[in-house]
Design a binder for this molecule. Structure first.
Ligand SMILES: C[S@@+](CC[C@H](N)C(=O)[O-])C[C@H]1O[C@@H](n2cnc3c(N)ncnc32)[C@H](O)[C@@H]1O
Length: 380
């Protein structure tokens, strides 16, 4: 019989990381999130009773259950040279809180997720120091920068994953996918595999009018994935711009008369801006403002050079962004359009989290097996 493993998700957002761990059979016992709409989305999908809506600093020690795994990482407060390796430095407050929860929950394993350059940050130094001679010295750390597309997600999103374990070091999982299939690696999943077949022209530009009560307040929603497929009302000038951009192209494909002055003067860099996705490749990172074409490569991939009628001149919808972030079709969302976009863009793609979950689950099972074998050896 396989036992379900329990987890705490800290800084849980709308629950992207939990979705991945749940896919591998983990059960969420507690989630902590202080953004009202994000916490409401988490509660909607995983249950309100164990979703702590509030600042992690206000989570009482006695409400922290012992679990198998703690997941989630404190957002770094900028990457200027914080410099301080002192856990009591007020700037390290979130790390102190994180370590407090780990100390009370006594997980076998914790998994921290963060931005790519995390391993160059003062926060990372602090973590290493705590693992070396501080409050998590029982735990061995392993880390790496993982690309979501290497784990079956249709998105090239790099994230740092740190795995802390007190049951023996656990390496980050090895890739299951590659740009070009070889040996036992499958080819990267493509945008086409995730969003092909959805209506090219959404029938509305609005979310339905609906609200629900949660955490003694009221939030917009819940909304289904289908209801997140709404369009926008771009200006004629914007539509003209989109029409010039082929798949993989961007602002450099615009004719001079359509360039805003700031872009005309900036002749290099920011190549993703006003970019169009490609059907046959993963997308680039989906950020919190994916609904603004001037913020990245977010134009719908459908575009034919010789057939203007076969061009879809719009940004991806919230539904398409959520699918590229690997959320399942049954996920439910709370908040305004902007709040939901923030939840989607902040999430860890479920497929990436699931790959880490598989690795952790296997290590916990192997450690349990070893204990059983030891027990058997002692008994005979
Ligand atoms: C990068 S997002 C987490 C995304 C999440 N792991 C997922 O996969 O969906 C970080 C979250 O930390 C939350 N947060 C930041 N400071 C917090 C605090 N002091 N207490 C609780 N939550 C906090 C933010 O509101 C944000 O939703």
């Amino acid at each position: 019989m396989t036992e379900t493993l329990s987890l705490i998700d800290l800084f849980a957002g709308c629950g992207g990381m939990t979705v991945g761990f749940a896919r591998e059979g983990f059960r969420s016992e507690l989630a902590v999130e202080f953004d009202f709409a994000a916490a409401a989305t988490y509660a909607q999908n995983f249950g309100e009773s164990h979703t702590f809506f509030g600042d992690i600093a206000d989570l009482p020690d006695e409400d922290i259950p012992e679990v198998d795994v703690v997941i989630g990482g404190p957002p770094c407060q900028g990457f200027s040279n914080l410099g301080s390796r002192d856990v009591d430095d007020p700037r390290n407050k979130l790390w102190k809180e994180y370590l407090r929860v780990v100390a009370h929950a006594r997980p076998k394993v914790f998994v921290l997720e963060n931005v790519q350059r995390f391993s160059k940050s003062a926060e990372f130094d602090l973590l290493l120091a705590e693992a070396d001679h501080g409050c998590i010295q029982e735990y061995e750390l392993r880390w790496g920068v993982l690309l979501a597309s290497d784990y079956g997600v249709a998105q090239r999103r790099p994230r740092t994953i740190v795995i802390g374990s007190r049951i023996g070091a656990i390496d980050p999982p090895t890739p299951t996918h590659a740009r070009i299939a070889h040996a036992d690696l499958k080819p990267w999943k493509t945008v086409k595999e995730r969003i092909d077949g959805l209506p090219e022209r959404p029938s509305t530009t609005e979310l339905p009018v609906r609200s629900t009560d949660v955490f003694d307040g009221t939030v917009q929603g819940p909304f289904s994935m289908e209801e997140l497929h709404f369009g926008r009302n771009p200006r004629p000038m914007s539509l003209e711009r989109y029409d010039h951009v082929p798949p993989g192209g961007g602002r450099f494909d615009l004719p001079d008369h359509l360039l805003p002055r700031c872009w005309r003067e900036k002749t290099s860099g920011t190549t993703d801006v006003m970019g169009r996705m490609k059907w046959d490749a993963p997308s680039l990172t989906i950020r919190t403002e994916f609904f603004k074409p001037e913020k990245g490569q977010y134009l719908h991939p459908q575009w034919e050079a010789n057939n203007p009628a076969r061009r879809v001149n719009r940004v991806i919808t919230h539904r398409e962004a959520a699918l590229l972030q690997d959320f399942p079709d049954h996920y439910r969302w709370c908040g305004s359009k902007t709040q939901i976009a923030k939840q989607i863009g902040n999430a860890v793609p479920a497929g990436l989290a699931a790959a880490v979950a598989r690795q952790v689950k296997a290590a916990i099972a192997a450690a349990g097996q070893e204990n059983d074998d030891d027990g058997f050896a002692e008994a005979v």
